[in-house]
Design a protein around this ligand. Structure first.
Ligand code: SAH
Length: 257
C-alpha cells in the first residue's frame, strides 16, 4: 500500500484514541443533522430502548438524549471513549438515561427485539454497511427504526485518485441508490436518506482538528507514528476539499418491516 493511501486502520490504536478523544466528534456530523435524522423516527416513548453503536465519546448521543425520550445505551470498542462518554452524560445530568458500555458491534449483547431504535453515526463501516444492517436487525422490534450515516459516492463516476483512495480505505463505499437498495434488501423500508452538508466535515470535524493536531504533535514530538498519523489526517482533509463534489456522508433511515 502506498504511503498516500495509508488508512487510519494502519496506525496505533492508542494514539488514534488519544487524538480523537481530544475532540468532540470522531466523525463528520452535527447536532442539526442528528436532529434531522431523528425527525424521521416516530413512536418513541419514555419506555423506548435506543442503542448508539460506535458511539465514540457521545457527541451525537447527548444530542439524541436531549431530544428523544427513552433509555440510550452507547456501545464502543474503546474504553477511553466510553469513559469520556459516561463523563459527558453525567456532566449533562443524563446519566440515568444514557449509559456507555465497552463492546464490539459484531458481538452486541442486546436481546432479540429489545430495541426501538438503532443509531450509528460514522461507524457502521467497521462491520460493513450491509452486514451491520443485517446483523443488527434482530435486535429491533418490528416497526423499530435504524438510522446510520455512511460514506457514499454522489456520482456514478469520479476521478481516479479519489476512487483509488476509497477502494483502499473502504471498498464497500457505493452510490446512494445502491445503499438504499441494500437497506431494503436487508429487510427495512428505506424511510429517508439525505446528504450531510459540507459544514459537517469542514466546521464540525476538520476545524476542531487544527488545534488538536498542533497539541498532539507537540506532545509526541519525534514520534514518527504520531507524525505519520497527523500527516494522514491532513492528507484526508485535502482530498475532501478537492473531491467533496464526489463523496460525503449520507444518513440512511430505515424501518424494520
Ligand atoms: N459516532 C461517533 C464516532 C464515530 S467514529 C461520532 O459520530 O462522532 C467510529 C467509532 O466506531 C469510533 O468511536 C470507534 O472506536 C468505534 N468502533 C470501531 N470499531 C468498533 C467495533 N468493532 N465495535 C464498536 N465500536 C467500534
Amino acid at each position: 500500500m502506498s504511503n498516500d493511501n495509508t488508512s487510519i486502520h494502519d496506525f496505533d490504536f492508542n494514539l488514534i484514541c488519544e487524538y480523537f478523544s481530544s475532540i468532540d466528534r470522531q466523525g463528520p456530523g452535527s447536532p442539526g443533522v442528528t436532529l434531522k435524522a431523528l425527525s424521521f423516527v416516530d413512536h418513541l416513548t419514555d419506555e423506548s430502548r435506543i442503542a448508539d453503536i460506535g458511539c465514540g465519546t457521545g457527541g451525537q448521543t447527548m444530542v439524541l438524549a436531549q431530544h428523544a425520550p427513552g433509555q440510550i445505551t452507547g456501545v464502543d470498542l474503546f474504553p477511553l471513549f466510553i469513559d469520556l462518554f459516561n463523563q459527558n452524560a453525567s456532566r449533562l445530568n443524563l446519566q440515568h438515561r444514557v449509559k456507555g458500555l465497552v463492546g464490539s458491534m459484531d458481538k452486541l449483547t442486546f436481546q432479540k427485539e429489545e430495541l426501538d431504535l438503532i443509531w450509528s453515526e460514522g461507524a457502521i463501516y467497521n462491520i460493513g454497511f450491509e452486514q451491520g444492517l443485517k446483523e443488527w436487525r434482530k435486535f429491533l422490534k418490528p416497526g423499530g427504526f435504524i438510522a446510520v450515516s455512511e460514506v457514499s459516492w454522489f456520482t456514478d463516476e469520479r476521478p481516479a485518485e479519489i476512487d483509488q483512495f476509497w477502494q483502499d480505505a473502504y471498498p464497500q463505499i457505493d452510490t446512494i441508490p445502491h445503499k438504499v437498495a441494500q437497506m431494503q434488501n436487508a429487510g427495512y423500508v428505506p424511510v429517508a436518506s439525505f446528504i450531510l452538508p459540507e459544514t459537517c466535515w469542514l466546521d464540525h470535524f476538520y476545524k476542531p482538528q487544527i488545534a488538536a493536531q498542533e497539541a498532539f504533535l507537540k506532545k509526541h514530538a519525534g514520534n514518527q507514528t504520531a507524525e505519520a498519523f497527523i500527516a494522514n489526517q491532513r492528507h484526508e482533509e485535502k482530498l475532501y476539499q478537492k473531491y467533496k463534489a464526489f463523496y460525503g456522508y449520507v444518513f440512511y433511515i430505515g424501518k424494520k418491516l
